[in-house]
Design a protein around this ligand. Structure first.
Ligand code: C5P
Length: 465
């Protein structure tokens, strides 16, 4: 049995890899070699030192995963091309694996000059392919088979040369051939010297790739390995992984029309003064992003914020509650789901002035009139969309939130305590619906938004029947 040697872990893995099933390119050897009997045998004879045993454990875990839940496995083909940023690919692989994504690495010859395949193999637990003529692929069709199980290909880093090859349909090594023969989305993370990036040839190639539907992530601007500074730096591993996680989000609300309100409103007292609140809009924007990730068509009606518009959403900027109300009424037709995250001012000055009110030494009074309750209005239309409300409370959170949900006659309300949520990047939410309450412990708002969207999609499905 080849496993019983005291060789380096790379050799160890290579030896295992030599035994694969002849009917598939998947390394089914994991199932075949590691029968319980073999594990016990290895254990008893103590042939594997700790590191090796860790590898074995990972193989066993992976085996269990592939056999029991292969339908749910997220697979990414990570292509690495030749550039100094190739070292960041190891971190990309590590973070992806940490997020339960099965990473299959393919490296070009130049990539192997910057980083060793053994590193990627150890981090991903998968054989790394580099050769178009790899004889381990039983039908010798590595260029087809390796990508067939992948949900997407990410080339990180994508060198100027590789971008040129992609744009022109070259297929002269394994990775370029795989990309040409793929049936899944292709993401590229360019990385190169700033002048290479700015060169008209590179820019032309990028336009071609965009036209071909290739998704380009980055690059960023900054200090470069060559000592120069400018555009062409590959995005950091964390950012690339975030992009991939977005891609892997289940499309729970595919093509559903979602109308979202976000941010505060501003109610003018005079030409320079007004009433507003501390809402930053972060939660509403996070909900918009999560809805986009879930495949929805999103219209975001936003009060004044300093946030970046979620790409892919239709953004309508408003200032006052009245403007928000008008925009919501206009956007309502065809809306499947309305999520009212905005902290709409409950009152507006009854007599606002177009001119700046002059300072006086005596008291002046401000008469306030109620603003329309936008959510309640939408929920009470004859054929309302599925309505979700938010409540920020300072006390009696649960009692007030549930009472609010009933009063507004909405199926779902997300509540949070004001000091924990306002202007923060994190929040703790409690969701109230007809089945009771569901706690979402403190987490970044984007994660809370993803949980919320998942919850919405489940309730919406039942509600819509
Ligand atoms: O009653 P309260 O203002 O706390 O309710 C909060 C919920 O109602 C939020 O979803 C908010 O967007 C919505 N709302 C509204 N119009 C208002 C006030 C609140 O749509 N004028």
């Amino acid at each position: 049995m080849v496993l019983l040697s005291k060789e380096s872990s790379n050799k160890y893995i290579t030896k295992i890899n030599t035994q694969h099933d002849s009917s598939t390119t998947e390394p089914v050897f994991k199932l075949k070699i590691f029968s319980n009997q073999n594990v016990i045998l290895l254990f008893k004879k103590k042939f594997i030192f700790r590191l090796k045993f860790c590898s074995l454990g990972r193989y066993l875990t992976k085996t269990a995963m592939t056999t029991s839940s292969s339908l749910h496995t997220k697979r990414l083909l990570l292509g690495i091309t030749g550039g100094i940023a190739a070292y960041k690919a190891a971190e990309v692989a590590r973070l992806l694996v940490k997020k339960d994504i099965d990473v299959q690495t393919v490296m070009t010859e130049s990539a192997c000059k910057f980083i060793g395949p053994a590193t990627l193999q150890a981090l991903t637990g998968n054989t790394v392919f580099t050769d178009l003529w790899d004889s381990r692929i039983n039908n010798n069709m590595a260029h087809i088979n390796i990508s067939r199980d992948a949900s997407a290909i990410l080339i990180s880093p994508a060198s100027a040369n590789f971008i040129a090859k992609l744009a022109n349909g070259f297929a002269d090594d394994l990775l370029s051939t795989l990309c040409l023969a793929r049936n899944c989305p292709l993401f590229i993370a360019p990385a190169m010297n700033r002048q290479m990036w700015e060169h008209p040839a590179t820019q032309r190639n990028l336009v071609t790739l965009q036209r071909d539907g290739v998704l380009i992530i980055g690059p960023a601007s900054g200090a470069q390995a060559c000592g120069e500074a400018g555009m062409g730096r590959m995005l950091e591993a964390q950012k690339l992984v975030e992009e991939m996680l977005i891609f892997f989000q289940p499309k729970l609300l595919q093509d559903k029309h979602i109308l979202i309100t976000a941010g505060p409103t501003y109610e003018a007292i005079d030409a320079v003064r007004g009433i507003t609140n501390l809402s930053s809009g972060k939660m509403g924007y996070a909900v918009a992003n999560a809805a986009l990730e879930a495949g929805a068509k999103v219209t975001l009606i936003s009060g004044p914020t300093f946030l970046e518009a979620p790409s892919g959403a239709t953004l309508i900027n408003v200032t006052s509650a009245q403007e928000m109300f008008s925009a919501v009424k206009k956007g309502l037709s065809g809306t499947d789901i309305f999520i009212s995250v905005a902290a709409v001012a409950d009152f507006l000055p009854a007599n606002n002035s177009n001119q700046k009110i002059k300072r006086t030494s005596s008291n002046i009074s401000l008469l306030l009139a109620p603003n329309p309750d936008i959510l309640e209005f939408v929920a009470k239309t004859p054929k309302p969309p599925f309505c979700v409300g938010f409540a920020a409370e300072t006390e009696n959170l649960e009692k007030n939130a549930e009472a609010k949900r009933r009063r507004k006659k909405i199926p779902l309300l997300a509540a949070n305590l004001v000091p924990n949520a306002i202007n923060s990047d994190k929040s703790e939410l409690i969701l109230f619906d007809d089945n009771g309450k569901h706690l979402l412990p403190e987490a970044p708002k984007i994660e809370q938004a993803r949980h919320l969207i998942k919850h919405v999609s489940l309730l919406y499905e039942k509600w819509n029947k």
